[in-house]
Write a protein that binds this ligand. Structure first.
Ligand code: UDP
Ligand code: MG
Length: 316
């Protein structure tokens, strides 16, 4: 029988947890009674070091109903790590795992269709947003530019897909083989392979509370995605260097001709501008290189990606 585990990372989500758990319970019961999933299917909340009452609520849910499990991380590690922690715990007990956000932005009714595709043989089913009308213009614009930029850099990620996806046990076992510290699951999952499929859904507005992804975190996430999936920026530096070299040859010829013709150019402005221009480019290049070196540094340390402090589960 197919034991389904839904994994939801939670960071300061006391406002949405009661509603989310209620709706998921209905959904799970409905799926169980229609015989699509096993009776011992579970909903697993991963507490990512929340500072509010999130963990207490999860504990209470677990006490009241064995449908709910809780994984408590030792501290806040960010969405991706919390999700990975949940997935890795879930793969020990489940046959098929669906990850989603706890704020009800991912339409839980898409689960039926995801399972359908899984029964048809897909190991990974991506939840793809049909439209982004509920996001602010700013979020929509930045997110879309990000996807375009990523595909330009040659990274293979699913367009308009966040972390709402179904994965079979063997796909998760595959994912477990990737032990990189710089986590960008959206980029890693396609590398696992197997048969994939997609399900379209409308992304709703956050049910309650505020986004835990302010601009700063979003930029960091985008940077993480680009540098952990693609080495093109490094190659672009070499390209830029060659281009600048040719431009400087051209400038050299231009200066020599000017000199021979006896033209004295005040040239202060151009000199200063070019010094600053080149300086800026060098800084950017160093920054990009630094980004990769930083990554290498973190990878070589082999630090744990998450530490589970407590795991609330029923004996079965
Ligand atoms: N989240 C987390 N750790 C963090 C930040 C966010 O586990 O450090 C969780 C959060 O509780 C939610 C999901 O990641 O379930 C997505 O976050 P959010 O909805 O705030 O992001 P947005 O939808 O605005 O991009
Ligand atoms: Mg959200």
């Amino acid at each position: 029988m197919n034991r389904l585990i839904c994994v939801l990372p939670c960071y300061n989500e006391e406002e949405v947890l009661p509603e989310t758990s209620k709706r998921l319970k209905e959904k799970m019961n409905q799926l169980i009674s229609s015989g699509k999933i096993a009776k011992n299917s579970r909903v697993m909340f991963v507490n990512d070091g929340s500072a509010d009452r999130t963990w207490e609520i999860i504990k209470k849910l677990h006490d009241e109903d064995s449908l709910f499990q809780g994984v408590c991380l030792s501290r806040n590690r960010g969405h991706q790590n919390a999700l990975l922690a949940g997935l890795m715990v879930a793969r020990q007990i489940g046959d098929v795992v669906i990850s989603m956000d706890v704020d009800l932005q991912d339409d839980i009714d898409a689960i039926d269709e995801m399972l359908e595709k899984y029964f048809q043989g897909a190991d990974i089913v991506y939840g793809v947003r049909a439209e982004r009308t509920t996001d602010t213009f700013f979020k929509r614009f930045t997110a879309q530019s990000f996807y375009k930029f990523m595909s330009l850099l040659g990274a293979n990620i699913e367009y308009n897909h966040a972390d709402y996806r179904l994965m079979s046990k063997r796909a998760l076992d595959g994912l477990a083989e990737f032990d990189e510290v710089n986590l960008f699951l959206r980029g890693l999952v396609p590398m696992v392979g197997y048969k994939t499929d997609r399900v379209f859904y409308d992304r709703a507005e956050r049910f309650a509370g505020e986004s835990k992804y302010p601009l700063k975190k979003m930029l960091h996430f985008a940077m993480e995605g680009i540098t952990s999936l693609s080495v093109k920026p490094i190659r672009m530096i070499s390209g830029l260097g060659i281009l600048i070299f040719f431009v400087s040859l051209f400038v050299l010829v231009y200066c020599i001709i000017g000199e021979l013709n006896g033209r004295t150019i005040p040239g202060w402005t151009t000199t200063v501008i070019s010094v600053w221009g080149i300086g800026g480019i060098i800084m950017i290049c160093l920054g990009v290189i630094g980004e990769y070196i930083g990554k290498i540094y973190l990878e070589t340390k082999r630090r744990p990606r998450y530490i589970v402090e407590e795991y609330l589960k029923d004996e079965d």
